[in-house]
Design a protein around this ligand. Structure first.
Ligand code: AKB
Length: 317
């Protein structure tokens, strides 16, 4: 059985992706790694402390477990990136370069690396943003994502490393909280609506961004990694989206389930980041090349988020 390494395995996407990979391929075949390990022993399967800026640690882990597939998720997101551009470059670019170099050195490794809608900038067409278009981001996070896409293409063409990836929009999830992103309000709002019946969003009521729900986000990663290489004309940086809505539309959808819910809007510096990103994405290339087909829209995602978080609240978790 092919062994898989996940970096950033205890983050928002990593937590749920690791669980999904373990149920699909067997817990013993999926190595969860992070710079900091969780304090409890709830993780069923191999766990390794790996800092992605440490190239030797990556190579050692790949060799020790005979890893052939890597999901490289460790990264600093957009809002936190603006607070510490130096570390963002070091972790996002340095980490990716180390993983690609390790894959090249060991040989025969397939790599998944998530890019983001943050590759786009104010000069990009904001509605139905095409797959191939202007990419001049204004955040350091976006710059690392554009450079990362180019580096992935370079390793593919120059060294034959099979690098694949999608440009994730905001990811909404109930399993593990996001941290440091501009789209985090679309997750926080659910927790606050259930806990306190109110939320203050850090973006404008009419701020529209593309989003995806976690089950679709995970499905995309696994489906792309399992796709036949010969069907792919693009490799990393597939446009991907499932829904687009404003903060006000999200609040109105939550209100259908929680009629007393009140949302206020106090845009902060993250609004400027949101304003530089697309409102909606043309993901027809991903649909055509590897069968991307999201299952969740705003209504279905909202109902599922509230049900899941309520169940967890009732179980005291
Ligand atoms: C962020 O908000 O930084 C991320 C992203 C869109 O890449 N969720």
């Amino acid at each position: 059985m092919t062994r898989i390494l996940v970096t950033g395995a205890f983050g928002q996407i990593g937590t749920e992706l690791t669980q999904a990979l373990r149920s699909r391929y067997g817990a013993e075949n999926v190595v969860a790694s992070g710079r900091h390990l969780p304090g409890d022993d709830t993780v069923a399967g191999p766990v390794e402390k790996v800092d992605v800026t440490d190239s030797e640690a990556i190579v050692d882990t790949i060799r020790n477990y005979d890893v052939r597939v890597i999901y490289h998720l460790a990264a600093i997101l957009s809002a936190r990136g603006e607070q510490d551009p130096q570390s963002t470059w070091k972790i996002n670019m340095g980490g990716l370069k180390n993983v690609l170099e390790a894959a090249r050195e060991v040989g025969g490794c397939r790599v998944f690396w998530p890019s983001s809608i943050a590759v786009f900038g104010p000069e990009t067409p904001a509605d139905q943003t095409p797959q191939d278009t202007v990419m001049r981001p204004t955040t350091i996070y976006g710059i690392t994502k554009v450079a990362g896409e180019l580096l992935g293409d370079y390793y593919f063409h120059r060294y034959g490393v099979d690098v694949r990836g999608v440009r994730y929009p905001g990811v909404i999830s109930s399993g593990s909280p996001p941290g440091g992103g501009t789209t985090d309000y679309a997750v926080d709002i659910f927790y606050e609506a259930l806990r306190h019946g109110r939320y203050t969003a850090f973006v404008r009521e009419d701020c529209v961004l593309p989003m995806v729900y976690m089950p679709d986000c995970i499905d995309a990663a696994i489906k792309l990694m399992e796709a036949d290489l010969s069907s792919l004309n693009h490799h990393n940086g597939f446009n991907l989206a499932a829904m687009s809505f404003s903060a006000g539309q999200l609040a109105a959808e939550i209100k259908k389930h929680l009629p007393g819910f009140v949302c206020h809007y106090e845009p902060d510096e993250r609004q400027a980041i949101a304003d530089s990103w697309p409102r909606s994405i043309d993901d027809s290339v991903a649909r055509r090349e590897w069968g991307w087909q999201p299952q969740y829209d705003l209504a279905r995602m909202t109902a599922d988020m509230l049900d899941t978080l309520r169940e967890r609240q009732q179980a005291g978790r």
